[in-house]
Design a protein around this ligand. Structure first.
Ligand SMILES: [Zn+2]
Length: 137
């Protein structure tokens, strides 16, 4: 794939340098059949260094996962070689089934089949708490 010219797909830009591999794994981009390019340590005027991920297919991205990893990423949707949409993402209010509570006394640890849910309690410090036991993540 020519990484400069995606015809139909998604470009994740302004990723904090070094975060692209985590995004690749947590969004399960390895499961895709299309080309995915990870470009690391790109020079950026705004950020110094940044990572970029290019996905050569218009897929549904879990924006909650992405927002949790790095809320400053910009999501660019490319159609017919043109930028048609720029999505702004932010820290999700809730993480459903994304992070596991590690408190051994939490009901999610002692009982099977309970969905792990965290709620954002402090946006500034990016603190999430388990809705069952209040443990922070
Ligand atoms: Zn818990």
């Amino acid at each position: 794939m020519n990484i400069d010219s995606i015809q139909n797909g998604i470009v994740l830009d302004h990723i904090k340098a070094g975060k692209s591999l985590q995004i690749y794994q947590d969004l399960h981009l390895d499961k895709l059949n299309c080309s995915v390019a990870i470009i690391k340590n790109v020079k950026s005027q705004k950020m110094g260094r940044k990572d970029i991920v290019k996905i050569d297919q218009d897929i549904n991205i879990n924006l909650d996962v992405l927002g949790y990893i790095d809320p400053d990423v910009s999501v660019n949707i490319i159609k017919d070689g043109k930028l048609v949409e720029k999505k702004k993402i932010e820290l999700p209010e809730k993480l459903v089934g994304i992070k596991k509570c590690t408190n051994p006394r939490c009901i999610t640890s002692t009982e099977q089949g309970i969905t792990h849910i965290f709620k954002l309690t402090d946006r500034e410090n990016r603190i999430y708490r388990c809705i069952y036991c209040d443990a922070s993540k």
